[in-house]
Design a binder for this molecule. Structure first.
Ligand SMILES: Nc1ncnc2c1ncn2[C@@H]1O[C@H](COP(=O)(O)OP(=O)(O)OP(=O)(O)O)[C@@H](O)[C@H]1O
Length: 305
């Protein structure tokens, strides 16, 4: 069942169009990723869904509610991740949770959230003294204190070290496992690949692709590469042996190193010929396509701007 429906969303600032007909729907219980280059309008789209910005055109329904006209009802049912700047440095962890609980008519008991998110020992710690990972745990707990059905998490792991990022990923999975639908805005391909059930790629004002991470990667129309090293004294020509196999588009030998490019299941054909011809090879590697490749193929530019 669609829990969020966005149709023909348009939004601009000072006459400059940022979103120009964005449409997608989010199913209940999924982690839905929104991916796009800097300035693509991801935050604008999310803030329209949260009722924090008013769209210029199009329709949005979140849990059946119109965020622009029914924001009060909506805020009781969604969780929005705070940005760092929104908490005073000297507020204590428990005080922040108590304060945010007071914004809801029927909040969760925040004492339980302290345990759930590993914050029990930090309950009296001041926000400014928390590590990056601890702050993120608190932000997730704050987003959940109202017992939301949908949680919006925007750039949650930016600025965290790799270990804290991975720990945060586990928390996001835990949020979904608790039955909350998650909208995740992220800059990180590995994060989106690991966490998201489906991803909308936003670029130049619109959704340029919407699929599972694997579906986006499979959709990339590009060659794979397979590399291996021949044994000393191997004189047979790999191009002659492998060049005509189904799917193979190129074979290049550079000394003992061989690179075979191809599409589809060409690697199976190559490895069977190497086995049949009794050609031992070392360091056999097939380059995996990534979401990065898909992003470049879809938007025409690299994600790491
Ligand atoms: N309140 C505002 N007034 C004017 N322009 C704005 C405003 N908010 C955002 N913009 C502009 O709209 C464009 C989209 O911004 P938005 O923050 O939605 O993009 P984003 O995809 O979330 O970007 P990032 O990945 O950098 O966070 C940007 O060019 C930004 O400068």
């Amino acid at each position: 069942m669609a829990i969020i429906e966005v149709s023909g969303l348009t939004k601009g600032y000072s006459g400059r169009t940022v979103l120009d007909g964005v449409s997608f729907s989010v199913e209940e219980g999924e982690i839905f990723g929104i991916l796009g280059p800097n300035g693509a309008g991801k935050t604008t789209a999310v803030e329209c869904m949260e009722g924090l910005r008013k769209p210029d055109g199009g329709t949005i329904r979140v849990l059946g509610l119109d965020p622009a006209g029914q924001s009060r009802e909506l805020h009781e049912r969604i969780g929005v991740q705070l940005q760092h700047t929104h908490l005073p440095e000297n507020i204590k962890v428990w005080e922040a949770l108590d304060l945010y609980a007071s914004f809801y008519a029927e909040p969760k008991d925040w004492r339980g959230l302290l345990d759930d998110w590993g914050l029990a020992e930090l309950r009296n710690a001041r926000f400014g003294k928390l590590s990056g990972g601890q702050k993120q745990r608190l932000f997730i707990a704050l987003a959940l204190v109202g017992g939301p059905e949908v949680a919006f998490l925007d750039e949650l792991t930016t600025g965290l070290d790799p270990q804290a990022r991975r720990a945060t990923w586990e928390l996001i999975k835990k949020v979904r496992a608790s039955g909350v639908t998650v909208i995740l805005v992220s800059h990180f391909m590995d994060e989106v690949e690991e966490l998201c059930d489906r991803v909308a790629v936003v670029d130049r004002g619109g959704v340029v692709a919407l699929d599972t991470p694997a579906g986006l990667i499979d959709g990339v129309d590009a060659d794979h590469q397979m590399r291996f090293t021949l044994m000393d004294g191997e004189t047979r020509d790999p191009a002659a042996l492998l060049g005509d196999l189904p799917g193979v588009t190129g074979v290049v030998r550079d000394g003992k190193r061989v690179t075979v490019t191809g599409r589809g299941d060409f690697a199976t054909a190559v490895t069977s010929v190497l086995a049949r011809e009794l050609i031992p090879v070392a360091d056999l590697r097939i380059d995996k396509r990534t979401l990065d490749d898909a992003f470049v193929a879809l938007t025409g530019r690299s994600f790491h701007l």
